[in-house]
Write a protein that binds this ligand. Structure first.
Ligand SMILES: NC(=O)c1ccc[n+]([C@@H]2O[C@H](COP(=O)([O-])OP(=O)(O)OC[C@H]3O[C@@H](n4cnc5c(N)ncnc54)[C@H](O)[C@@H]3O)[C@@H](O)[C@H]2O)c1
Ligand SMILES: N[C@@H](CCC=O)C(=O)O
Length: 547
């Protein structure tokens, strides 16, 4: 079998296609979108070797075109959670014992299938199911997902290489075992790449997984599952089920073989899960690994040495791409008074120029928010800001859900730095701006640090190096991903390992070695070549002998 050390060098990031007018990729994607829209997808759960169809059908439709049905998925119940755990545990031994190069090459093959044969299907299902424009889908469901798969194979190879030293007469080694039991992956709606990474990073380490995606991401999740199967992933290694979160939690967190949860989503849900796991801790074989990347209230602070055009561009892209539904999206801005008028007018100009509409029309920069619940929550805050004291809408402010969940990108300005939309995560296209006195830059930094319980992403925009240094220091705990003279979104695997602290999660940096360590349990083995035959150490015998 595997006799030799097989090398997986550092990959390069998957190149991003432009989808510009007249390009071959635009033509191919347009064709795929039309095909997908012309079909009615019948989406089963994948448990062991079975495609499970329960007949409990739930419709899937584009958030930007709610009258158009793309298909349906088969919803499961508690019994399917149990079946998924059983299938995972049945697959465990042979998967854990498969050679590393066979396991690795399944994921590398999946990455290549996405990069070539299925690129437009991954992007098409993401665009239609999650309302992303072509570019936003490309950086997510093609490039980031491919990068997660390729870089994790490299990182895990580097971990496997790490071995202890051995003294004379012995050999020491570390075995990087998978966890005992199964891992539960619970994934959010907003990034297809996160949906793909959470189950595969644990599986790559030799674990077996129950994967529960958000209902709003099932359309692209099942596409990825089919690619994994085509790439050779054995049955039962990853089991994809569509069961509501509390039911899954109830079964998995009470199971003695529960070994860990890989979660991305909101802070409230993660806190509930942590509490339940804590209460059950005595019932598990091992202490479960709890990894969660959660909410954010991401900031941009401008210093008066900054170029207002850089500030406005960072805000227009950072706050409004994908309708502000990135955990990294800028949602609060701190602008010095001397620059405020210029930034206000650039923001208003930018927002007026945004085209909003369906994803199949490529000129649309803005599409719909994910669902009606989200639409209602966000627009309630916009309405309140229209009538509130010390607060006004300075750009955008319109919305309409008659055909799809469309909200015009909106900037609220407040004189109260603790106004609700400065503190609470809305997860939509709403940016709140607070203007500070130019002389109070340091106080403004303290405000940024204390305003929100989150610490995910943030940016300082300044040309004065001392301002950059002061902000980097004062805000060192306010963001797990900190940007200097850039927007706070768009982290790239291998370049800006991603994750936040405080209420933003366990900061285990998706797509890095840090994350992979959480799915491994090291065993140290010492082998002695010439074992002693007398209990007496040298100091008793007057001879030299090692301990
Ligand atoms: N920090 C990060 O890296 C990161 C990345 C993406 C999204 N997010 C966060 O995710 C949130 C948006 O995504 P969302 O709306 O899908 O989040 P969500 O918390 O509503 O859902 C996330 C997942 O948890 C499931 N879930 C919901 N309630 C559950 C329960 N009681 N028990 C078990 N599972 C449950 C959902 O069905 C979904 O699969 C935002 O808060 C955003 O900041 C964070
Ligand atoms: N990695 C993405 C955010 C993922 C969260 O939604 C970014 O950096 O913008």
């Amino acid at each position: 079998m595997n006799q030799g050390y097989f090398s997986y060098p550092m990959p390069v990031n998957e190149p991003v296609y432009s989808y510009g007018p007249g390009t071959a990729e635009r033509a191919a994607l347009t064709k795929t979108l039309a095909e997908l829209k012309g079909q009615l997808a019948d989406i089963p759960m994948y448990i062991g070797k079975e495609e499970v169809r329960t007949g409990k059908l739930q419709p899937i439709f584009p958030p930007h075109e709610i009258a158009h049905k793309l298909g349906h998925f088969h919803a499961g119940d508690e019994s399917h959670v149990r079946q998924a755990i059983d299938a995972a545990l049945a697959a465990k031994e042979s998967w854990a014992n498969m050679t590393w190069e066979s396991r690795a090459n399944i994921f590398l093959r999946a990455a290549d299938l996405i990069a070539t044969k299925y690129r437009y299907h991954m992007n098409g299902t993401t665009m239609l199911g999650q309302s992303k424009n072509a570019f936003q889908a490309e950086i997510d469901s093609a490039c980031e997902l491919i990068d997660f798969l390729r870089f994790n194979v490299h990182f895990l190879s580097e971990i496997y290489k790490q071995q202890p030293i051995s003294g004379p007469g012995m050999h020491n080694r570390t075995e990087w075992r998978p966890l005992e039991g199964f891992v539960l992956a619970i994934t959010p709606f907003n990034f297809t790449a996160i949906g793909g990474n959470l189950p595969t990073s644990a599986a790559m380490c030799g674990n077996v997984v129950v994967w529960k995606p958000s209902n709003s991401q099932i359309y692209s999740a099942q596409m990825f599952m089919r690619i994994l199967k085509e790439a050779g992933l054995p049955d039962g290694v990853i089991n994809l089920i569509y069961v509501d979160g509390p039911t899954i939690g109830n079964v998995c967190f009470n199971h003695p073989d529960f070994a860990g949860v890989h979660f991305t989503g909101s802070t409230g849900v993660f806190n509930q899960m942590w509490e339940t796991i804590g209460k059950n801790v005595a019932n598990y074989k091992s202490y479960p690994r709890i990894v969660g990347e959660t909410g954010g209230k991401d900031f941009v602070i401008a210093h008066n040495s900054a170029d207002p055009a850089v500030v406005a561009t960072a805000l227009l892209r950072g706050a409004f791409e994908y309708q502000g539904q990135k955990c990294s999206a800028a949602s609060r801005a701190y602008i010095p008074a001397s620059m405020a008028d210029k930034v206000r007018s650039l923001l208003a100009e930018g927002i007026d120029s945004f085209k909003m509409g369906i994803v199949d029309e490529f000129g649309n920069f803005i599409n719909a928010v994910i669902d009606e619940k989200s639409f209602d929550k966000i627009t309630k805050h916009i309405e309140e800001a229209k009538n509130g004291e010390g607060v006004k809408i300075i750009a955008g402010g319109n919305f309409d859900k008659s055909k799809g969940y469309f909200i015009q990108p909106t900037v609220i300005e407040t004189t109260d730095p603790m106004y609700v939309t400065m503190c609470k995560e809305l997860f939509g296209p709403v940016l709140t701006m607070f203007v500070y006195d130019d002389n109070d830059f340091e106080k403004a930094l303290e405000l940024v640090d204390k305003t929100s319980p989150y610490a995910l992403t943030g940016a300082i925009i300044a040309n004065d190096r001392k301002a950059v240094e002061l902000a980097s220091y004062k805000l060192r705990n306010a963001a797990g991903n900190f940007y200097i003279n850039d927007k706070p979104t768009g982290a790239v695997v291998g370049q800006q390992p991603f994750g936040g602290a405080r209420a933003s999660g366990t900061n285990d940096k998706a797509g890095s070695m840090i994350n992979l360590y959480r799915w491994l349990s090291a065993r140290t083995v010492k082998e002695t070549f010439n074992p002693p035959t007398d209990y007496r150490y040298a100091f008793l015998k007057g001879e030299s002998e090692g301990i």
